[in-house]
Ligand binder design. Structure first.
Ligand SMILES: Cc1cc2nc3c(=O)[nH]c(=O)nc-3n(C[C@H](O)[C@H](O)[C@H](O)COP(=O)(O)OP(=O)(O)OC[C@H]3O[C@@H](n4cnc5c(N)ncnc54)[C@H](O)[C@@H]3O)c2cc1C
Length: 488
């Protein structure tokens, strides 16, 4: 028998999870259909983690409106969801007089967009604030901030689940049909029924847009590669440094401290058309090294610990060929569907404002009763490494597993890993543990702890070692034996 929901959300990235949380304020049965085994495997797990200010796009666009709203409310959101966040500000720097002209016109965009506290600085004033930053001139934007995109997406999803939302992982939506006031949703795990559909499928949202009848958008994707620098140099930079945007308004490689103490160099900008490609390439690593050094001199090979890539789900207007603004659409002729497409940067910053607009669209057609049990608060895992000596002692007294270090680089204990596994969303992958605890994210990149985490997954979830996956359905950690196993 198929399952029936009031609302089915396709896609459990930061947008789908923010929508799920927002809708859980109402008495609605809600499911999130996610093709991957966790919430951070799409665009939401491959970005910079910057809380943007709203200067990037023109005044009057939905992007700018949602970004400014998301930026202004983030202290409250971070507190509710127990998400570490620092409103550190950021710099955009220029070299020479030519770039200064573009920087000044960008500064005027900031004034027009009413970005609070934005100031022009000389090179000397820049270095007074950020001694290791390079540049002859700069704009300072105090409202920008940094957060962990994994923690934020997970926190939204966990809070939605705590408020009654059902997450169905490993459920790829393959078809939709509207029948007798319900959508019949075909997935690779079977059929579900829902009165409402919300399309939050990120890089694949254009497909459901066409299926639902909202229009055929052409994906025109941009790939961005990054380098991650070791925490050894993390203390050398306290705020992101961006170069002046080029004549088309695009930013080349920038340098961003992460909330956990690393430095990100990137992303690069590479148009990849309609493809999706997460490969990290040698040429781009070289480019990142050269460009990163122009802004921050500690961009040196000895500090590189990892590279990764993200893909922007940018969409073009089929008529004008221009990049589309964020789209949150309903249509009189299409029953009970909200189409959320074109959500590229600053989608992380804008997730909750987008979610509120989705909820408003649903409330234009029906008046769902308020869920009086809704609780906006969620508590994260208590981090052993962040405690005082006294705090650490107390944690070990309460739970001896806090006394066993699994990840040495990031100081993550067995207790934290177990809490991540038994989390309300049900975590079954090694990456799921990584995103929730930072185990494997340090200098050795899992050399020490990855197999120990895999063993604990087997033990705690009662799985065979051949069932343990890194991050996806078929990404098995162990596919055979190097030498026959002998019982001691
Ligand atoms: C390189 C880069 C840097 C960025 N930096 C920033 C930044 O610093 N600050 C900021 O605010 N924004 C930033 N962004 C933008 C931000 O990351 C995105 O706007 C946001 O993550 C989009 O979230 P999403 O939920 O729409 O997409 P996703 O996270 O991709 O979620 C969509 C989900 O839908 C699922 N899905 C797709 N098809 C199906 C299907 N058929 N069935 C079931 N599930 C399906 C996918 O698996 C995926 O999990 C950046 C983006 C990139 C690429």
């Amino acid at each position: 028998m198929s399952r029936q929901f009031d609302v089915a959300i396709i896609g459990g990235g930061v947008i789908g999870s923010a929508v799920a949380r927002e809708l859980s304020r109402y008495k609605l049965s809600i499911c999130v259909l996610e093709k991957e085994l966790d919430v951070c495997n799409g665009v939401s797990g491959h970005n910079t983690g910057l809380l943007h200010s709203g200067i990037l796009h023109k005044a009057g666009t939905l992007r700018t409106e949602c970004c400014k709203e998301g930026n202004a409310e983030f202290e409250r959101v971070a507190e509710e969801l127990d998400v570490p966040f620092r409103r550190c500000g950021k710099f955009i720097v220029a070299f020479g007089e030519e770039e200064k002209k573009r920087l000044v016109s960008f500064y005027h965009r900031g004034i027009e967009n009413e970005i609070p506290g934005i100031t022009m600085l000389t090179g000397e004033e820049l270095r007074e604030k950020e001694p290791n930053a390079k540049g002859d001139h700069a704009i300072y934007i105090p409202s920008a901030g940094i957060l962990c995109p994994f923690t934020y997406t997970i926190a939204l999803a966990e809070n939605a689940a705590m408020n009654g939302v059902t997450y169905l992982f490993g459920s790829e939506v393959t078809g939709l049909a509207y029948k007798e006031k319900n959508y019949e949703i075909r997935t690779d795990q079977g059929i579900l029924m829902a009165r409402w559909i919300v399309n939050c499928a990120g890089l694949y949202a254009y497909k459901f847009s066409a299926m639902l009848g909202f229009g055929e958008y052409k994906p025109d994707r941009v790939k961005g590669e990054y380098l991650i620098l070791d925490k050894h140099v993390g203390s050398e930079l306290s705020r992101p440094i961006y170069p002046t945007p080029n004549e088309y308004g695009a930013f080349d490689v920038h340098v961003t401290p992460t909330i956990d103490g690393n430095i990100l160099v990137g992303p690069t900008i590479e148009n990849i058309g309609s493809g999706i490609d997460y490969d990290a390439t040698e040429g781009m690593i070289r480019h990142l090294g050269e460009k990163g050094k122009e802004l921050f001199s500690y961009t040196k090979r000895e500090y590189y610990i990892r590279n990764y890539a993200g893909v922007f789900p940018s969409l073009k207007n089929p008529e004008s060929d221009e990049e589309l603004d964020f789209q949150i659409q309903t249509k009189e002729s299409i029953p009970c569907a909200v189409n959320v497409v074109g959500i590229n940067s600053p989608g992380l910053t804008s997730a909750l404002p987008i979610a509120r607009r989705v909820a408003e669209k649903i409330k234009e057609r029906e008046k769902p009763a308020v869920n009086r049990a809704y609780d906006p608060k969620r508590k994260g895992i208590v981090r052993f490494g962040a405690q005082s000596e006294e705090g650490k002692r107390r944690l070990i007294e309460e739970d001896a597993d806090y006394g066993e270090i699994y990840c040495r680089c990031e100081c993550v204990t067995k207790a934290e890993i177990k809490q991540a596994m038994h989390n309300i969303l049900g975590v079954s992958t090694v990456s799921g543990i990584k995103y929730r605890t930072r185990a494997t994210m340090g200098r050795c990149q899992g050399g020490y702890c990855e197999t120990r985490i895999a063993s604990l997954l087997q033990e705690e979830l009662g799985k065979d070692k051949k069932e343990i996956v890194l991050n996806k359905k078929d990404a098995y950690m162990f596919t055979g034996e190097v030498k026959p196993y002998e019982e001691a």
